[in-house]
Design a protein around this ligand. Structure first.
Ligand SMILES: *Cc1c(COP(=O)(O)O)cnc(C)c1O
Length: 367
């Protein structure tokens, strides 16, 4: 049977039916209704963040966080990572800002905080790093730089749902953090996302931006868009949130089996274990060093495909190698990110993946 790189978590159908019944009575389908509010409260508790605003998806959450923090400035620059999903960079560019790509660390693939300072100019307005694969960035160094240069920090925490650092929810770092609840993520609301933040002054702007900037029945303050989470998706969130701890626990079993089979194999490099971090086991990225392993990433990918196992070259290419960006930013060099993008493969990872299937995947890789 075919194995995909991921499989969306779904609650028992009875749970979902129970949760959406009130909608069929009230006919209140969207516009920050009672289920939206209930889900928002539950998420604030689960993520241990002071403030949270729900969105139709993670991408719009990030776009509107950038707008709410008033980063839009003629010629403004944002320091970010090229080793991410296109969404991160697109959100910067679609806000009229210029991405400045900082290279990444070779061991956990997050932005190399030591290299940020040299990229700061008088045009820099913010840093937008990514907790890639759920590996957390060097939040302490980034906070120190941001303070020194008076820059805003927005984390793309799309991969980091439920991750904690030193016992603190990951959404507490920086000025804001974006979470994605897309179907393929550890926690999903089908499509969905959120911005977590601590300064209450962003509460009203974020709330209004996702609803066309409408301030009241007779006035519109900001040039907003439409990015509200509806009641059906909030209901899905409530159902999936009930099972999230089990789901992460199941992923850990898969993760541990992969590590057991693939750690210490010559030419295979696994993501570095991070101290003081409670992980969410969102992905299982593996680097293949062709000279030592004897096979390249692309060959391993093809061999798995032949067995109907679908891993993903995630992230490949790096953002600044994509057609929409490569000509524009070719003066910016990020050799570590480019090297990793050519070697990395994310292996299938989801709660229902059996350990027998993990063994089968590892057998194909190792033989
Ligand atoms: C999924 C993802 C996004 C976008 O989230 P959506 O909910 O799909 O809009 C942004 N950044 C990263 C790193 C992602 O993986």
């Amino acid at each position: 049977m075919s194995i995909l790189v991921t499989r969306s978590s779904m609650p028992p159908i009875e749970d979902y039916v129970e949760e959406i019944k009130p909608i069929f009575e009230s006919h209140y389908l969207t516009n920050m209704g009672p289920i939206y509010k209930k889900f928002q409260k539950q998420l604030i508790r689960y993520l241990q963040v002071p403030e949270l605003s729900l969105f139709v998806n993670g991408h719009m959450a990030l776009e509107m966080a950038i707008q709410a923090l008033e980063l839009r400035k003629e010629g403004g620059e944002v320091i970010t990572t090229p080793f991410t999903f296109a969404s991160t960079t697109h959100a910067i560019v679609r806000n009229g800002l210029k991405p400045v790509f900082c290279d990444i660390r070779p061991d956990d693939y997050t932005i190399d905080a030591e290299k940020i300072e040299s990229l700061i100019t008088e045009k820099t307005v913010a840093i937008i790093p990514v907790h890639v694969y759920g590996n957390i960035c060097d939040v302490e160094t980034i906070a120190a730089i941001a303070e020194k240069y008076n820059l805003k920090v927005i984390y793309d925490a799309a991969h980091a749902f439920g991750v904690t650092y030193k016992g603190i929810g990951i959404g507490n770092f920086g000025d804001a953090s974006m979470f994605s609840f897309h179907a393929t993520k550890v926690f999903n609301t089908i499509e969905g996302g959120a911005v977590a933040f601590h300064d209450r002054k962003y509460r009203v702007p974020l709330h209004e931006l996702k609803n066309f900037g409408i301030h009241g029945p007779e006035d519109t303050l900001a040039v907003g868009g439409n990015a509200k989470m509806d009641e059906f998706r909030a209901a899905m969130g409530i159902c999936n949130l009930r099972r999230i701890d089990e789901c992460i626990e199941a992923r850990k079993k898969v993760y541990d089996r992969y590590v057991e089979r693939l750690d210490n194999v010559k030419g295979i490099c696994l993501s570095k274990h991070q101290e003081n971090v409670v992980a969410n086991y969102a992905y299982f990225p593996v680097l293949f060093e062709p000279a030592e392993f004897g096979k390249s990433r692309d060959i391993v990918f093809d061999e798995l495909e032949q067995a109907d196992i679908h891993a993903r070259k995630y992230f490949y290419p790096a953002i600044n190698e994509m057609s929409c960006y490569k000509e524009k930013y070719k003066d910016q060099t990020t050799p570590v990110a480019h090297k990793i993008a050519r070697k990395v493969l994310t292996l299938p990872m989801y709660e229902e993946l059996s350990l027998e299937d993990v063994d089968r995947i590892c057998d194909i890789i190792l033989n």
